[in-house]
Each structure stands twice: as C-alpha cells, then as structure tokens.
Design a protein around this ligand. Structure first.
Ligand SMILES: [Zn+2]
Length: 205
C-alpha cells in the first residue's frame, strides 16, 4: 500500500475510534484515555522502561498491555498512550514476539510513523486545527504568533505537535523553530504558570 493511502486510512480510523469513544477535543486527557484502555481491555502496566523507550505494547493469548515512560509530561504521555492504541487496533499480526517498543530511535519506521499519524488525528483532528489556524489570519508564523496560537488550542498537545502540524500545512518550513524553547518564550511573554510559581516558592523556602 502506498504510504499516503496508509496514513489517510489511519486518520480515518482515528476519527472513527474518536466517535466511537465520544471523544471531545477540549476534554480529552489522561483520565479519558485510561477509560478507553479499560473499555478496550488493555491494561496499563507500571513497569519501568529503559530511557530510549517511550512506551511498549504487548499482546499474548488475548492479554493486552501497555507500559509508558512514567517521567513523561502529560502531553507526550497522552500522545504515547494513543500511539500504542494504534498498535493494539492494527499491528497485532505484524509485531514479532507480541511486543513493540516505541521511541525516537525507530520513529521513522512505517509502523511507528503510522502510530504517530493516528495519535495526532485522534487527539486533535487536522480539520479542527486547520479551522483555528485559518481564523487567526496570520500572514507569517513567527515564534510569538505560535505561542498565541498554542494558548487558543484546547487540545492537550505540545509545542512539538503544533510545530509539526504547521510544517505539514506548509506554514513554516522544515527545521524552522526546531530548537526554539517555546515554553520558555511563553513564560517570558505571559509569566510563569501558577503551578510553577508555587513550586518555586516552596523550593526557595
Ligand atoms: Zn509504536
């Protein structure tokens, strides 16, 4: 199958599963994904993983489970958990020994790229993103503009997610802002988020 067709099929599957689980973009988070796991009969195991593994999917004799890197922040953790759902839905036949290990080191393999495409569409459908982007009437996407966009997005996604989407839509060029620390920029523009100021105060005494 042609790669583009494969990816389009995965996006369609993501939208179908979203509808099935009544997912709403603004209220979809870790609690909601855990409920989907429960409904799908997939356990989330607390096993520690080596640093280069983000998450792992296992299936054997009708027993399904996922382990995810515990120290991941909420947004990448949510993304990883939805990524693993794609392996559960589609890759059981293809994976050897009933285990698939996922991380940056193998992100370019088709089965992995497919899981990334699935997760992105599931968490924040491209059409919803595009609609928001269009409504901003932005001519040139500067770093600050991207920060403003992020603050209007109700989906739980990271700056990396947004940067990749803007690149896909051809609104920024490849490599642009790859090394920009958006979180830091956002703090400069808007101040520290409440939870960080609390942590700092506690840390300093
Ligand atoms: Zn994977």
């Amino acid at each position: 199958m042609n790669r583009d067709v494969y990816f389009e099929n995965l996006k369609a599957l993501a939208r179908e599963k979203r509808a099935h689980h009544a997912v709403r973009t603004h209220s979809f988070g870790l609690r909601e994904v855990r409920k989907i796991y429960k409904d799908e009969g997939v356990r989330i195991d607390p096993w520690p993983l080596p640093p280069k593994i983000k998450a792992m999917y296992m299936c054997a004799d009708g027993d399904f489970s996922v382990a995810v890197q515990r120290k991941l922040p909420d947004e990448p953790k949510l993304f990883a958990l939805v990524h693993e759902l794609k392996h559960h839905y589609l890759d059981q036949e293809a994976i050897e020994n009933g285990v698939v290990l996922c991380g940056d080191y193998n992100q370019n393999e088709l089965i992995e790229k497919g899981a990334e495409v699935f997760a992105a569409e599931f968490i924040y459908p491209e059409s919803e993103f595009y609609e928001l982007v269009q409504s901003q009437n932005v001519v040139r996407w500067e770093a600050e503009t991207i920060v403003h966009l992020k603050r209007r997005i109700s989906a739980k996604v990271s700056y990396t997610f947004i940067r990749k989407r803007l690149k896909r839509l051809g609104l920024i060029v490849r490599g642009e802002y790859d090394h920009l620390r958006f979180q830091k920029l956002e703090e400069q523009m808007f101040g520290l988020p409440f939870w960080k100021t609390r942590t700092r105060r506690r840390a300093t005494g």
